[in-house]
Ligand binder design. Structure first.
Ligand SMILES: [Zn+2]
Ligand SMILES: [Zn+2]
Length: 278
């Protein structure tokens, strides 16, 4: 008898911080690791970004014997790739890891870009030692087909050097990621509103508070308040504010999270170690 297809969708946060790791007593509850997410779709893990949180995630995957992995990169800023050299499955010659990048210019090669951070004397181990990794590039708006028949839609975000958002659908559930991204460009804003429409969960770049934004226009990041406004316009059920500023303490984030939940019931601020079932 055929088993019913598993359409479960869970988002697991391994790092929610932006820019640089921020460990310490004041950040223990929301966590100090930089961006790393695991999407469990029908029980299969798909990774988004390899910030410093990817070290713990890689250890967990290696312990479970998972060796066939797709990693979707939003982009290659350091906070999103710094965990790749410490991601154990990448060194396993028997593993198969597809590294996807869609933000690069036509003349930029993803492997050449990653080689730059993994080359002596910056780092003692060259990228060639990541025996399992095979780079694949795509153009945003293209639909990716991952191992196991998992389809993922993509969109370009507004960020210096480019960034890409992803949309996963399983059964009647939808998860979208919008990080790193700055609101305010009407062409991007319109396309992104359509892209996230009706999503159950939306990861959103809330690096700044509205009161800080005027001093950071053009930095490529948004505010948590803009995330809530987008969620309302697009009928997103649960906005999850992400990419927290490294100076933000747990108490700061608690305060914002309370206010966010008042404005949009169900809204969350991402915490390292958090599971969000859809
Ligand atoms: Zn970032
Ligand atoms: Zn960035």
């Amino acid at each position: 008898m055929a088993e019913a297809a598993d359409s479960s969708l869970v988002l697991r946060i391994w790092g929610a911080r932006g820019s640089t790791p921020a460990p310490g007593r004041d950040t223990a509850r929301y966590g100090g690791e930089t961006t790393s997410m695991e999407v469990l779709i029908g029980g299969k893990a798909v990774l988004i970004d390899c910030g410093s949180g990817a070290r713990g995630l890689g250890n967990a995957l290696a312990a479970e014997g998972v060796s066939n992995i797709d990693i979707l990169f939003s982009h290659f800023h350091l906070d999103h790739i710094c965990g790749l050299p410490f991601f154990p499955p990448a060194y396993n010659p028997k593993a198969e890891i597809r590294v996807w990048a869609g933000h690069l210019a036509p003349d930029e090669d993803p492997q050449a870009m990653l080689c730059r951070i993994m080359s002596p004397p910056i780092f003692p181990v060259a990228f060639d030692h990541l025996a399992a990794c095979e780079c694949r590039r795509f153009r945003p708006t293209e639909r990716l087909m991952l191992e196991g028949g998992i389809g993922v839609d993509t969109i370009a975000l507004n960020h210096p050097n480019g960034s890409v958002g992803y949309r996963f659908t399983s059964g009647d559930k939808t998860l979208v990621t919008v990080t790193d991204h700055e609101h305010g460009d009407p062409v991007f804003d319109r396309a992104i509103e359509d892209f996230v429409r009706g999503a159950d969960v939306m990861i959103y770049d809330g690096m700044f508070d509205d009161s800080e934004y005027a001093a950071h226009v053009g930095w490529g990041h948004s505010t948590w308040q803009e995330g809530l406004k987008l969620a309302k316009r697009a009928g997103v059920r649960v906005p999850v504010i992400f990419h927290h500023h490294p100076d933000r303490t747990d108490d700061d984030l608690d305060r914002y999270a309370e206010e966010a939940a008042r404005r949009h019931p169900g809204a969350l601020f991402a915490r390292q170690g958090m599971d969000i079932p859809l």
